[in-house]
Design a protein. Sequence first.
Length: 162
Amino acid sequence: MAEQMNNHGTIYATDADPQRLALVCENCQRLGIEIVKICREPSELPKGILFDAVLADVPCSNSGVMARRCEVRYRITPQAVKYLASTQYSILEIAAAMVRPGGRIVYSTCSVLEEENNQQIERFLDCHPDFDFHHAALHPPRPQTPERRDCDGGFAALLIRR
């Protein structure tokens, strides 16, 4: 995102996992990106401003990456998916409160489960008439070959606030 913004503007990055934030810092240093501000807690985000865009890359079941993470199949239970769906929806609600009119939310998972993807978007739109659905894409996992390494599955949806 910072590269597409030509390193102008500001990106705020937050994650519950400090190791992921450390990777963001490392990548920014490696790429010479200076516009990313790390917030270790969502409470550190600026108050009283609305953002042009929010990327909600939510925690999920990882059902789209089972080829790389075989232990996932033992963690995906109906209870786990229900808990994750609740967390995902909470994050989507927070994102909605942070985006300006005309702004965008990209909701993203590495899951291929309906409960974590289309059902979340449908529920959100039912409760938020001030948002329009723009488009979504579900990418099922594919077999890896020597020529093709991007085999993970995932989902992304674009929502725009009126």
